[in-house]
Design a protein around this ligand. Structure first.
Ligand SMILES: Cc1cc2nc3c(=O)[nH]c(=O)nc-3n(C[C@H](O)[C@H](O)[C@H](O)COP(=O)(O)O)c2cc1C
Ligand code: SF4
Length: 517
């Protein structure tokens, strides 16, 4: 019997040499006449240990990492002797970073053969769809409502309410659109799902289609994700061959198929109405609401648009029941959140856990502080439109309402860590500049306001008429917050004002960073 070796094909692992490591295992096995079976998976999300390779043993999988191609021979040698190797991490499931997590959405990521429907089923895949089919549309929506699932793309809108609106809307053709634009800084969970467990996304979209009467779906993926595009296309083809997509899903009367669309690289195309314009072949500009996409969405038809993680969390809700899922979390934030630790952090990666964990636990205990070894000074949570939080706010629990109460947002769950060399005036300027570059141009507060914002912050940094310009920036932020058509212009004030509120010393005449140097 051949030895099964699991090597990620996730872009994060490929970037640090996973392909070369896979090739070297094949060569080393041939040389020593050892029969091995290399299975390509997604990443477990412990990125500082990639390329992390796992080997199947009677006692479960054993992990080794981070490996270089030169390590393959030694690892194989260790496997046929006493198993000892300097890069042996032990049983994968016992690695503390993984062991502390509650993986519901990511249960199979890094585990399954990412393109095999049979392997997906062996690991519990399609159990949710089978139950959903037995329930029927109305009960499906009730189950999603009961689970408390809220959209993981940023706004946290209840998923069941969105689905019910589409189910009740009149339309000749309904659509399911998956938002895989993932433009937020420090986020990669959508990519990991598509590259590690694409069938869970397909299954979640299929359940949405049955619930709402949609027969056609799109996955809109950013162009910077070529591996995700390839993985999704391969998984859709595999699902079609298995009758899990197409005409009469799993022998039921429901038809549903999915097409993958690649974006052209604009942050604003992650905004749902811009995204719909882009799929329709138009320039990505924001539509005024109402009408909501649920009433008049893609090609003017009722459309469910949800984030990758929202859809990917649906199968487990049906497999284990709404009450099981709802039991995790705090307040109105139910279930688990795949949190992404990035930036200047020692242990960066994917950490899925129930809502309620504090920001401090995430950054200090799980992230292990900064990669540079210097003190953590600030973290930005929720992408480029999220607030900067200082250490004083590290007791904030990861929860939609708790973050909002402190003028922040959890967004798509990305945390970007900065050490004490960060200049927060430059970060505030960057937020305005980002908005100016990415603005779709439809409304004045965002289009003009962001450029004026950059100019005003520049004056503050130069020490010109500082107090008057600080007042002007605050005034401008208010105009953007309340006068913008979408959250790009409307939320840019969050990073700007949080930098001003929590780090005022960086906006002084002598920038703090220069003083420190
Ligand atoms: C400028 C901007 C960018 C956005 N980018 C994304 C994105 O990359 N992915 C995403 O899922 N939602 C993004 N959103 C939120 C979407 O508009 C929408 O709320 C989301 O796709 C709905 O799905 P959900 O309910 O599952 O979260 C963005 C919003 C704005 C204003
Ligand atoms: S806020 Fe900016 S991105 Fe949004 S509609 Fe207005 S101009 Fe476009």
């Amino acid at each position: 019997m051949s030895l099964r070796i699991f090597i990620p094909r996730d872009a994060g692992a490929l970037a640090v040499g996973a392909e070369e490591v896979a090739a070297s295992f094949a060569t080393a096995a041939k040389r020593s006449s050892l029969a091995i079976d290399i299975v390509r998976t997604g990443s477990r999300g412990l990125y500082w240990l990639e390329p992390m390779v796992e080997v199947e043993t009677p006692a479960g999988r054993i992990a080794f990492g981070p490996l270089t191609p030169g390590d393959a021979e030694g690892v194989l040698g260790a496997l046929v002797t006493d198993g000892a190797h300097p890069l042996r991490l032990g049983p994968t499931e016992d690695i503390p970073w993984l062991n502390r997590q509650t993986r519901l959405t990511f249960a199979r990521c890094g585990v399954v053969d990412l393109r095999s429907v049979a392997d997906y089923r062996r690991h519990g895949g399609y159990a949710g769809l089978t139950r959903a089919l037995s329930l029927g549309p109305e009960a499906i929506i009730e189950e999603v409502l009961q689970s408390g699932l809220r959209g993981r793309g940023g706004a946290g809108f209840p998923t069941g309410i969105k689905w019910r609106t589409v189910a009740q809307a009149q339309g000749a053709q309904k659509y399911i659109v998956c938002n895989a634009d993932e433009g937020d800084s420090g986020t990669f969970a959508d990519r990991m799902i598509m590259e590690g467990d694409p069938l869970v996304l397909i299954e979640g979209m299929t359940i949405a289609a049955i619930a709402t009467g949609a027969t056609k779906g799109y996955v809109y993926i950013r162009s910077e994700y070529p591996h995700a595009v390839a993985a999704m296309e391969a998984a859709c083809a595999a699902a079609r061959r298995d009758s899990a997509l197409g005409h009469g899903i799993a022998g039921s009367p429901y038809d549903f198929d999915i097409e993958v669309r690649v974006g052209a690289g604009a942050y604003v195309c992650g905004e749902e109405t811009s995204l719909l314009e882009s799929i329709e072949g138009k320039r990505g500009t924001v539509r005024a609401k109402p009408p909501l996409p649920a009433h008049k969405g893609l090609f003017g038809q009722p459309t469910v648009i949800n984030n990758v993680l929202s859809f990917a969390s649906v199968p487990v809700i049906f497999e284990k029941g709404a009450a099981f899922y709802r039991d995790f979390g705090m307040g109105r934030s139910r279930g688990t959140m795949p949190i992404q630790l990035a930036g200047n952090v020692r242990h960066g990666g994917l950490f899925e856990t129930a809502f309620g964990i504090t920001l401090g636990e995430l950054v200090d205990e799980i992230g292990g502080g900064t990669a540079s070894g210097r003190p953590v000074r600030a973290v930005q949570v929720g992408g480029p439109l999220g607030a900067y939080f200082p250490r004083a706010l590290f007791d904030t629990p990861f929860d939609y309402e708790a973050f909002a109460a402190r003028d922040g947002l959890i967004g798509h769950g990305g945390i970007v860590v900065f050490d004490d060399s960060v200049d927060m005036a430059k970060q505030a300027r960057f937020a305005m500049e980002f908005c100016a570059i990415e603005s779709c141009g439809k409304c004045t507060p965002c289009r003009i306001g962001s450029t004026r914002g950059v100019e005003t912050i520049d004056r503050i940094i130069r020490g010109e008429d500082r107090d008057a310009n600080l007042t002007l920036v605050e005034d401008l932020c208010n105009t953007m917050k309340f006068g913008s058509l979408c959250a790009l212009g409307g939320f840019t004030p969050y990073p700007v004002l949080s930098a001003l509120t929590h780090f005022p010393e960086d906006f002084g005449a002598a920038p703090r960073l220069q003083a420190a140097e």
